[in-house]
Write a protein that binds this ligand. Structure first.
Ligand code: ADP
Ligand code: MG
Ligand code: MG
Length: 924
């Protein structure tokens, strides 16, 4: 909204100004900063982040070299008018230069005391290093002499001049390395000169040497471009302004914008600023610093600087900068001034700042400031501590923490000492945070075997597929050599809360030889490997890992007052709970999962997948017997054996949840998922069940489906085999009765959920069974059990007929995994072939299975919510798809007015924060 309004304004105002005379013009393209300051921090759309904050710093009295910002409107105009400028701009720039001249008491192009300027890019969001900056502009053959005289330092003047020609030649005149293999031509000349003079360092060159170099540089430009290096300072200035606007559309910048979702329409501003000189001697310096440690959030001064240097030297890495702390000794007065600025910046901007400064002959100048980028841990620590320091309130602090960063407090970590000693053999993409150590397994089966032996496993594959799911469950971590952060491996790892490093291209896995090679090391299956999913690093051998402190406190193995990390976690969670409206539930199938989730703050179970209960031990055999049964009698016999297992599971869940709501979904997946595909296992099964092998094979064949995702699953199973529904429901209510009437009774709150409903008749069919069995069990135990029955909304027809369905459904739970699959007509497991291309072409902004497709699937949800409430105003509404753990999707659910989101246990804390943020943003 804001954006398009801005654009419209820019368009109208630019046509207006280009046709009116300057005198009658109320609009301006140029905003001064310095003695007169026109802008402020809130104007980043117009002035870019750098320009807006330069103005703000100037306005609050920080020492900013004077200058002016040419607004982003001019950038818009520039691209809309064949790279030309509004007519009034030239005059405005001249006036603004006049202001700077007056303040600096120097003249632009003046031969006695010349004013030099920098010309700097600056977009609304910082795009570090993506666009161009030119320093020392205003030097020519005449002014260089003036600078030499007035500074009494000819070497410095000639060094500035040669730097300027080098930058200008590169950025404005396009004199660059011919290709990736060749060197920068200016550097080549510089190196050749040093070699011929037998001088090792740039700093060994004297004024005469640099003067000779300037001549060579100018000659190079003439040869390469056929043009002379411009001597007119205004020609220089306009060349630089054009180059900076032009750099908005350079390849690097475009790529960066795509990566970070910055719209091309925003444009960049151009900042022209009086130069100050960090290269004016040993009492001069340049540097960058953070007001707090951006890695761990500690309130300590963090940064680096270089004495006698200009901005680009720090970045170029020619000389190694010193840590900021060293400045206290080397330049004590400047350090004291810098400390004052540090405090003032935080007080004023109310956030951790990342700033650039220069010291010219002992005088400190501020060149840039912005909110600093930080790790998840730092984000949390800084937010909490800034509230304590009264720099911000709780609401502001909560909004400053990216919800995902809570994860960094929960994941297991490597023991710091062991990690330092370990040998790193490669790096991939950090896809599932945390640390994992284990024996290498190359297949899901190997992972299972190794894990059953009681060993820790890292599943290493070129890439993973749904077949590997079981193996992933058995593994501590997953390493893949192909695929990005939204590959199958990464997605599932996040869902399961597993450590994952993916797309490690330098690692080679040879399945035949059962080896993994990287960094000159060859590892065999069964050897130890360690992966750090927070950094992407891969290590040879075993590294001790430790549970996060938060986890240890929640499990009771660490005292809360011993852990600062826990204090941070707890604080953020308490604040979140105060502001959120959404309830947070979890998807859990076992008492252990449920307990973890409750410790993390889950207020109920939103999805218990009963089928997961059928995989363990003997159960799978009875399950198979049930599936293979040819008639109802055989099936009931098998179900009778399954009943006690299910009942026991529910007893455990009800106890763990202690009266919180527990949503139990009836059997959902296609039956063949339970059947063995492997011949040997089929034979074993036949033996065990006392059935002929041919019969088993035949039955499995008969159950085969072309497209099981759209086949006999969900409520279709219960309709086809009502005895399955009956057994499951009986198990639920008998468990409830048992828990309620136990010696230490526990309240229960079951919610029965029918999957994959699309027709109200399907729901009616299953409801009849649920209510009948409930009545039977309650009568038999002479108790009342409070329960409700509802449906999953996971096919479009359910959403479309929500009004009909809600007549009988007491709740809707949006199963957005299937709802996305069925709405997009796309199987999640089969999007690998085209996914990357879709993302590159920006057809999908985000993976629709990771973040809710709000305009498509979201519309269906909205329709279902509105229409469901028509027939049942108190319809309970929740979401249990994977999206329920994604902050953007959570915000959407909040706006839809759902009552709860239900995510995997490790994501519960993230969801608590995201829900609070959704509520706070709504109020804004
Ligand atoms: P980026 O956005 O890539 O950081 P900047 O426009 O901030 O580019 O410029 C990079 C560096 O150039 C600054 O950090 C600073 O050291 C130097 N610089 C820019 N303008 C000036 C100036 N007016 N005086 C001295 N140094 C400057
Ligand atoms: Mg900068
Ligand atoms: Mg489903």
């Amino acid at each position: 909204m804001k954006q398009s309004a801005m654009k419209a304004k820019a368009a109208t105002s630019s046509t207006k100004t280009s046709t009116t005379s300057k005198a009658s013009r109320s609009h301006t393209y140029v905003y001064n900063f310095g003695r007169q300051t026109d802008g402020n921090a809130s104007m980043r759309e117009l002035l870019g982040g750098k320009g807006a904050n330069l103005a703000e710093m100037a306005a609050i009295g920080l020492p900013v070299p004077p200058g002016f910002t040419i607004s982003t409107e001019v950038c818009t105009y520039f691209y809309a008018h064949d790279r030309s400028y509004p007519r009034a701009l030239a005059g405005d720039v001249k006036t603004a230069i006049g202001l700077v001249e007056a303040q600096m008491k120097k003249t632009f192009g003046g031969k006695d005391n010349p004013l030099l300027v920098s010309v700097r890019s600056g977009a609304r969001d910082s795009m570090p290093g993506m666009m161009d900056t030119i320093l020392n502009l205003g030097l020519n053959d005449v002014t260089v002499e003036g600078l030499a005289n007035i500074s009494g330092n000819p070497r410095f003047a000639w060094d500035c001049y040669r730097r300027f020609i080098q930058m200008y030649g590169d950025v404005v005149m396009g004199v660059q390395a011919a290709d990736e293999e060749s060197h920068d031509p200016f550097h080549e000349l510089l190196d050749a000169l040093k070699k011929s003079l037998g001088k090792a360092q740039d700093s060994d060159l004297n004024a005469a040497d640099l003067q000779a170099l300037v001549a060579q540089y100018k000659e190079l430009i003439r040869k390469r471009t056929g043009k002379a290096f411009p001597q007119d300072v205004y020609e220089q200035l306009w060349g630089a302004i054009g180059a900076v606007f032009g750099s908005w559309k350079n390849e690097r910048a475009i790529l960066y914008r795509q990566q970070y979702g910055i719209p091309a329409e925003w444009g960049t501003a151009v900042n022209v600023q009086a130069m100050v000189f960090g290269n004016a001697g040993d009492d001069s310096a340049t540097g960058v610093a953070f007001t707090r440690d951006p890695a761990n959030g500690e309130k300590s001064f963090y940064g680096e600087y270089l004495v006698n240097a200009q901005g680009e030297d720090v970045v170029a890495g020619v000389r190694t900068p010193k840590p900021i702390a060293a400045m206290e000794k080397e330049l004590p007065e400047s350090f004291a001034a810098l400390e004052k600025v540090r405090t003032k910046l935080e007080k004023h901007f109310k956030d951790m700042q990342d700033f650039e400064f220069t010291i010219e002959k002992g005088r400190l100048f501020m060149l840039q400031t912005r909110n600093g980028k930080r790790t998840g841990l730092a984000a949390i620590r800084i937010a909490v501590e800034m509230v304590k320091e009264k720099l911000m309130d709780q609401r502001t602090a909560l909004l400053k923490i990216p919800a995902e960063s809570v994860d960094s407090l929960l994941v297991p970590i490597f023991d710091t000492k062991s990690q330092k000693e370990a040998q790193m053999i490669g790096k991939g993409l950090p896809a599932g945070p945390g640390a994992a150590t284990g024996r290498i397994a190359f297949t899901a089966a190997a992972a299972e075997i190794e894990s059953r032996k009681g060993n820790k496993v890292v599943l290493c594959r070129t890439e993973t597929s749904p077949d590997d799911l079981k193996g992933m469950l058995y593994s501590q971590g997953i390493l893949t050599t192909r695929g990005g952060v939204s590959s199958h491996a990464a997605l599932v790892a996040r869902q399961l809360g597993k450590v994952c490093v993916c797309g490690a291209g330098e690692v080679t896995i040879n399945y035949e030889k059962r080896t993994l090679s990287a960094g000159g090391v060859v590892l065999q299956e069964g050897d130890y490997i360690s992966i750090n999913g927070t950094t992407g690093a891969i290590y040879k051998g075993l590294i001790e890992s430790a549970d996060s402190e938060v986890k240890r406190v929640l499990e009771g193995s660490m005292k809360p007052e011993k852990s600062y990390t826990y204090e941070l976690f707890q604080t953020v969670m308490e604040w979140s709970d105060k502001y959120r409206r959404l309830r947070i539930r979890t998807n859990a199938d076992t008492p252990a999962m449920a307990e973890t989730a409750v410790a993390y703050g889950a207020e109920g179970i939103g999805l218990c997948r009963t089928e997961h209960m059928f995989f363990e031990g003997d159960r799978i055999d009875y399950m198979r017997q049930m599936i293979l049964a040819v008639d109802q009698v055989q099936r009931q016999e098998a179900l009778k054996k399954l009943l006690p297992f299910q009942r026991k599971d529910f007893v455990g869940l009800f106890k763990a949840m202690a009266g919180r709501p527990v949503t139990i979904r009836l059997l959902d997946p296609p039956l063949h998922e339970f059947l063995p595909q492997d011949d040997a296992v089929r034979r074993q099964l036949a033996d065990k069940l006392g059935l002929p092998l041919e019969f088993v094979i035949e039955r499995i064949k008969a159950l085969h489906e072309e497209n099981p995702m759209l086949g006999c699953r969900g409520c279709r199973l219960g309709i086809l085999y009502p005895e399955i529904t009956e057994m499951q429901v009986r198990a639920v209510f008998e468990a409830a009765a048992a828990v309620m009437t136990a010696k230490n009774p526990v309240p229960v709150n079951p919610e029965i959920m029918i999957p994959l409903v699309g027709f109200k008749q399907e729901l009616a069919d299953q409801l009849a069974i649920v209510h009948r069995v409930a009545k039977e069990v309650m009568a038999k135990n002479s108790i009342e059990i409070d329960y409700i029955v509802g449906t999953m909304v996971e096919v479009p027809r359910a959403a479309i007929t929500a009004e009909e369905i809600a007549v009988q459904a007491q709740f809707f739970s949006f199963g957005t995994n299937d709802l996305t699959q069925t709405t997009l007509g796309l199987s999640r497991d089969d999007m690998g072939l085209f996914y990357d291309e879709y993302q590159r072409k920006e057809i999908y902004n985000k993976n629709p299975f990771a973040s809710l497709d709000q305009t498509g699937v979201g519309k269906l949800m909205q329709f279902a919510v509105e229409n469901g409430r028509k027939s049942r105003p108190d319809l309970k509404l929740g979401i249990c798809g994977e999206h329920a753990g994604d902050p953007d999707s959570i915000e959407f659910c909040h706006r839809l007015g759902l009552h709860y989101v239900s995510c995997s246990p490790p994501r519960v804390p993230i969801a608590r924060l995201a829900a609070a943020q959704a509520a706070l943003r709504e109020k804004k």
